[in-house]
Design a protein around this ligand. Structure first.
Ligand code: PHE
Length: 342
């Protein structure tokens, strides 16, 4: 019996198997019902009582060694194609893991918001699908105003007195806030807006805005001017100057268009500012008393200013991008150019 055990042990040391079939045959030959090791266990019954302990231990060891060996052979078969094949080289460096980058429009939006956060403005958001009241009527647009025309506005429904449409500016969020929020109000309203315009290097039918509103007792034009100046300096550099040009919006009176000194030629005149030294960045003005009234605020007690800018435009000026369409094409070569702490 001892000889048989020795023989099987030495066989286990040297055995090799190429296929699953060979491993299975080995298992059956050694550990199967009629296997050699199983037979040794049968023989064990005839071992003398004083030798039972010793042989019992050796037999159990043999059985375990055989089971281990078979397991090991089986695993090596599973690994074989991988370790011997050419598909994978475990010493090769891993696949590079590339980090994405924030979209320039998001970066710019966060930067604008963070500047106004410092001035105490909270963020307020509202629906992109709006009604005529919040986009036009409450903002003092006369019924026949051309901006309501199909040329500019995407209507969802028409034909009743308060049609549903895609908002053309985020001033609608300011209306909603004035209707709901307790005074004073100091908010910025970022969001997507929609205008029925032909797509070109300077215009798109979808773009992003940040509008702002401050309503309190005795808010003045000087407060507005100073707030915009501070914003311009934070955004475009501390030596930036601003210039206000008289303008018209139905919802503000007086209204202005705001220019900043060109940050590329420092006001000398270049092709970005078309030789003028100035770049237009936003519209602004004192909230028209009719708008305050429409939102349930007494214009004899409260006054306010509002402003609105296109995020793509600010981003174009900040990074000298000359075509608005780049922002919507998702070309990674373009998007990767922008990295920032925002
Ligand atoms: N709502 C205007 C626009 O979309 C911008 C604006 C906001 C102008 C507030 C003045 C005051 O063009």
């Amino acid at each position: 019996m001892r000889d048989k055990i020795e023989k099987i042990l030495s066989e286990l040391d040297n055995v090799k198997a190429q296929t699953e079939r060979e491993v299975e045959d080995l298992r059956i030959r050694l550990l199967g019902k009629k296997g050699e090791i199983t037979a040794l266990f049968d023989e064990f019954r005839n071992v003398l009582p004083e030798q039972k302990r010793e042989f019992g231990q050796i037999l159990n060891k043999l059985k375990n060694a055989a089971a281990d060996k078979i397991e090991q052979l089986r695993n090596s078969l599973v690994d074989a194609p991988v370790s011997s094949g050419s598909k994978s080289d475990m010493t090769m460096p891993g696949d590079p893991f590339e980090l994405g980058s924030r979209h320039p429009v998001s970066i710019t939006r966060e930067e604008i918001i963070s500047i106004f956060n410092k001035l105490g403005y909270a963020v307020s958001e509202g629906p992109e699908i709006e009604d005529d009241w919040h986009v036009f009527s409450a903002l003092n647009f006369p019924p026949e105003h051309p901006a309501r025309d199909m040329q500019d506005t995407f209507f969802v429904t028409s034909g009743n007195d308060n049609p549903i449409l895609l908002r053309t500016h985020t001033s609608s969020v300011q209306v909603r806030s004035m209707e709901k929020m307790p005074l004073p109000i100091r908010i910025v309203c970022p969001g997507r807006v929609f205008r029925n315009e032909a797509i070109s290097a300077r215009a798109h039918c979808i773009f992003h805005q940040v509008e702002g509103l401050y309503v309190d007792k005795s808010v003045t034009f000087a407060d507005m001017k100073q707030s915009i100046l501070l914003f311009a300096r934070e955004m475009f550099g501390e030596n930036t100057k601003i210039r206000l040009r008289p303008s018209y919006f139905p919802f503000t009176e007086p209204s202005v268009e705001v220019d900043v000194s060109c940050n590329i030629c420092k006001g000398e005149g270049c092709n970005i500012c078309k030789g003028t030294g100035w770049l237009e960045i936003m519209g602004a003005g004192m909230v028209d008393p009719n708008v305050l009234r429409a939102c349930g605020i007494d214009p004899d007690v409260y006054s306010g200013f509002a402003f609105g800018m296109g995020i793509e435009r600010i981003a174009m000026l900040k990074w000298q991008v000359n075509d608005l369409r780049h922002y919507f094409e998702n070309d990674l070569r373009f998007l990767k150019e922008f990295s920032t702490s925002f």
